[in-house]
Ligand binder design. Structure first.
Ligand code: CP
Length: 302
């Protein structure tokens, strides 16, 4: 994995993904180690973020590394018309690794092709979010004891939800069964479903979530991605399609865990937070350990 960019989750083999999860478990036991003192990591966020940017920065800080970057491109020379290529080539001069989030699909791949340092895709439009996938896999393994042969429900915006796209692709290596719950307009794209079909795995599509709740091991809730809609009226029509409440969890499996990449808007009632099946804040914490593991693997330190 040394010097290997992570743009699509499939850029890393199943074995490489599992090696990151194994190393992340070590960082969970000991997250503060001064092993990045000689390194500068750039975080370039052209789109808003709380968890991804701050957990990357926390991961680097706990390992003694330095961070440069921005959380708002309007304070940079992008505002003056600088191209993505020129921004990336410039930041390569100042850093050993670039973490980048951008609203345009394919932007991270483009950056990896012009960069002289590795690129980590922290989300490119509605395409992929591979580091979220690694922390989701870590969390699923942590809560279920395995990644194989699980029944997983994805609920919400499966069309624009980049975390769903990359997680479905990764779980295709683990013989999972997929329950896909979305409004008709927000179904999982064919470009992702094709990965399920290639592995001869089963998927089922629904527009309501009631019938799947008693069956599943993981309930992966997602936000309807307002920022991806060209027509605000369309968003208003479907924004509250799914709202999970405590009473809906009564007949669910004992091992069920509710995940959500966050941010949440309305799709999980706050009452659910106190339910022992809610696991989304622990999931966000796991982002620190998994990102520590990923960074040190790419830099060739661990
Ligand atoms: N999960 C996630 O990507 O959250 P942020 O948008 O807050 O980074």
């Amino acid at each position: 994995m040394k010097n290997k960019s992570l743009v699509s989750i499939n850029d890393y083999s199943k074995e490489e993904q599992l090696a990151i999860l194994e190393l992340a478990a070590n960082f969970e036991k000991n997250p503060t180690q001064k092993i990045l003192e000689d390194y500068v990591i750039a975080t370039l966020f052209f789109e808003p973020s709380t968890r991804t940017r701050l957990s990357f920065e926390s991961a680097v800080s706990r390992l003694g590394g330095k961070i440069i970057g921005f959380s708002d491109a309007s304070s940079t020379s992008v505002k003056k018309g600088e191209s993505l290529k020129d921004t990336i080539k410039t930041v390569c001069n100042y850093s050993d690794l670039i973490v980048m989030r951008h609203p345009r699909e394919g932007s991270a791949r483009f950056a990896s092709e012009v960069a002289s340092v590795p690129i980590i895709n922290a989300g490119d439009g509605a395409n992929q979010h591979p580091t979220q996938t690694l922390l989701d896999m870590y969390t699923i393994k942590q809560t279920q004891g395995r990644l194989d042969n699980l029944n997983i429900a994805f609920v919400g915006d499966l069309k624009y939800g980049r975390t769903v796209h990359s997680l479905v692709m990764a779980l295709c290596n683990f013989n999972c069964t997929f329950h896909l719950v979305s409004p008709f307009e927000l179904k999982l794209p064919s470009s992702v479903k094709i990965h399920i079909k290639e592995k001869n795995l089963e998927y089922y599509q629904y527009t309501t979530m009631d019938e799947i709740l008693p069956k599943v091991d993981i309930l992966y809730m997602t936000r309807i991605q307002k920022e991806r809609f060209s027509d605000p009226i369309e968003y208003e029509k479907i924004k509250n399609s799914y709202i999970l409440s405590n009473d809906m969890l009564n007949n669910t499996k004992d091992n069920l865990k509710i995940l959500h990449p966050l941010p949440r808007v309305n799709e999980i009632d706050e009452d659910v937070d106190d339910n022992s099946k809610a696991y989304y804040f622990q999931q966000a914490l796991n982002g620190v350990y998994v990102r520590q593991a990923l960074i040190t693997k790419i830099l060739g330190i661990k």
